[in-house]
Ligand binder design. Structure first.
Ligand SMILES: [Zn+2]
Length: 615
């Protein structure tokens, strides 16, 4: 008997030894079933279905199994109990390319923390690569050194126009148009995903409808998409939407309207008619879609002066910097005149000392040597000196000129009237919020509330705030409009944000919290839409808009870009007084099956790919 037990023990020991050995080699990745196994989570798969309980298995960068109680071993097992699995979020509209150009921001941590796994860059008419580079240059660096989220790149109409025509306000000649078309074609050949316009920004705004149609025609045969920052987002919204649809109809490429909204209180409600126009076009078979960010204020730089420039400077509204003869204030022409005294080589040497694009590439140097003299002077002048530095309440000369005018009762009355009209026109004193102010108790209050607290008129309160350097934000979009747009099944999410160095400068809070804010405020709190509706708007819908059939879903055979979200503990910590703050709530984030956030912390990995349009 004892002998038997002894022999059994030996067998057991050998068996254990064998199993341990097996396990050891499995640890090396050979015999494990999966790379990552998420157990017992609730899954929003990208559809409008409510969440369902399932396990999700990942191997070699792909989702290989979704189902109940998946058996097998994995290098990383995530306990998904109480957590929600969704496809990685796809941001249809970001300007992170500017920040991501520099290695420090390549992770785009502010986006990873929101669950974003893919960004579409090169928006609003500005190519994702600087004017002196080609699409392939940026793609090469990003592919080689790695990026946080995947990126798809657009070629910008404004950039192309600037390369060929500078900042000239006129129609292109036939030859210039051909050169612009050639540049768009070159970018598409190199893997760009389409064309973007910024038809309110110079020089994009100088381009007429026909010019844009000709350029969009170039991307159509590639299956490219036209992303449009349309010509007007205020009173002329409807005309601008119609123009975007016309461009799509005549060129044959789908059109995607960026940051769809209407600004200015008097225009609120206009989005309903705009949606009707879009829906009519869609019914005719024209591919029209849009994206939206879920905030009431706009602009990459949302902080707005409370005194109109005309009132601050004492000039007529119709005058612009170009038409005005003004000897008292520094203009860009003045600074260009200074640099015009230098030789080309001296200009280039000065430029080298301040350009952020360091070290200068061959292509960059070649660009500097090839542009006409007047453009070189302008480039160097604007890189070194911004005439904006000499404007506003921080500038002692401007300040004293303004105060001198205020000392004259007649003049002061005129200024007050101008301010009142301006404030009412933007959005009214009840919709202008104090963001950053030395008097901390005013932060977060409306101009109307501050005026009441100070027992002053709105105009005089505006002047006081301006002179103490307060930064205020007008709420230019109506909450009802935001919700109306959000409910549409052709509207995806696009943050319109950037990748700033953490803590540096003022930035819009959308850069830090768009995706989780949309879930928390509009699905969980206000219940304007369902959680699955929001998830779809930032996963499978953007994938469909971009024509991707391997992303945006939690399904077998799809790319393993996955968010594991603590839905009920989302914290968006940004406020307009403190825009730099990372979101909390994304517990785990997978990109290409690699763990990028683990327990909410960045693992230091940069597994994102440049997604190139296949020819
Ligand atoms: Zn834009």
């Amino acid at each position: 008997m004892k002998n038997k037990i002894f022999r059994l023990s030996i067998l057991l020991f050998l068996g254990l030894f064998f199993l341990t050995g097996l396990n050891f080699s499995a640890q090396k990745g050979k015999l494990l079933n999966y790379d990552v196994l998420i157990k017992n989570a609730s899954v929003f798969d990208g559809s409008l279905k409510p969440a369902f309980k399932a396990d999700v298995a990942v191997k070699d960068g792909m989702i290989v199994k979704v189902g109940k109680s998946i058996k097998g071993s994995a290098a990383k097992v995530i306990n998904g109990k109480g957590l929600y699995v969704t496809p990685g979020f796809i941001d249809l509209h970001t300007h992170v390319d500017r920040g991501m150009y520099f290695a420090e921001n390549r992770a785009c941590l502010n986006y990873l923390k929101q669950g974003v796994t893919t960004v579409i860059v090169g928006q609003c008419g500005s190519s994702a690569w600087p004017i002196f580079e080609k699409a392939e240059d940026l793609m090469k660096v990003w592919s080689g050194e790695g990026i946080g989220p995947h990126a798809a790149l657009l070629v910008g109409h404004g950039t192309v126009r600037q390369i060929v025509m500078g900042m000239e306000e006129r129609e292109p000649t036939a030859e210039e148009l051909e050169r612009m078309k050639a540049l768009v074609k070159e970018a598409m050949e190199q893997g760009a995903y389409g064309l973007s316009t910024g038809l309110i920004y110079r020089p994009g705004s100088f381009g007429k409808t026909d010019e844009v149609i000709e350029l969009v025609k170039v991307i159509a045969p590639y299956g490219g998409i036209y992303h449009s920052h349309i010509r007007d987002e205020r009173d002329k919204l409807l005309e601008a939407v119609k123009e975007a649809i016309e461009i799509s109809d005549k060129s044959g490429a789908p059109v995607h309207i960026s940051h769809f909204k209407v600004m200015g209180k008097k225009n609120w409600g206009l989005v309903r008619e705009a949606c009707a126009i879009i829906e009519e076009a869609r019914a005719k078979g024209i591919k029209v879609t849009a994206d939206q960010y879920p905030y009431q204020f706009s602009n990459g730089y949302p902080y707005r002066s409370l005194i109109p420039r005309s009132a601050w400077q004492g000039i007529e509204e119709t005058e612009t910097e170009d038409t005005r003869v003004d000897t008292e204030r520094l203009t860009s022409e003045d600074t260009e005149a200074i640099f015009n005294h230098l030789r080309d080589s001296q200009l280039i040497e000065l430029y080298k000392k301040v350009t952020p694009y360091y070290p200068l590439s061959e292509r960059h140097l070649q660009f500097l040597n090839e542009i006409p003299r007047n453009r070189l002077v302008r480039l160097v002048s604007r890189t070194l000196i911004s005439s904006g530095n000499f404007r506003g309440p921080g500038n002692t000369k401007e300040r004293s000129m303004f105060l001198a005018r205020m000392a004259n009762p007649e003049e002061a009355q005129k200024i007050r009237e101008q301010i009142r009209e301006y404030i009412d026109d933007i959005t009214g004193p009840e919709n202008i919020i104090v963001g950053i102010c030395v008097e901390k108790n005013l932060e977060g209050k409306s101009l109307k509330q501050v005026a009441a607290m100070k027992e002053k008129s709105v105009e005089d309160t505006a002047i006081e705030l301006e002179l103490m350097g307060a930064r205020c934000i007008p709420l230019q979009m109506g909450e009802e409009d935001i919700e109306y747009i959000m409910k549409k099944d052709y509207v995806g999410t696009g943050s319109d944000g950037t990748a700033p160095p953490y803590g540096i400068g003022l930035t819009h809070i959308r850069s830090y919290s768009t995706f989780l804010h949309k879930i928390k405020k509009y699905a969980l709190k206000r219940k304007s839409v369902s959680v699955s509706h929001v998830i779809r708007s930032q996963t499978s819908l953007p994938a469909k808009i971009m024509n991707w059939d391997d992303r945006g879903w939690i399904k077998n055979g799809y790319k393993a870009d996955i968010v594991v979200l603590d839905l009920n503990n989302i914290k968006t910590r940004t406020s307009i007084s403190n825009p730099h703050a990372y979101c909390e709530g994304v517990k785990y984030l997978l990109i290409n099956g690699e763990l990028v956030l683990d327990g909410g912390k960045w693992t230091g990995k940069l597994p994102g790919n440049v997604i190139k349009l296949k020819k």
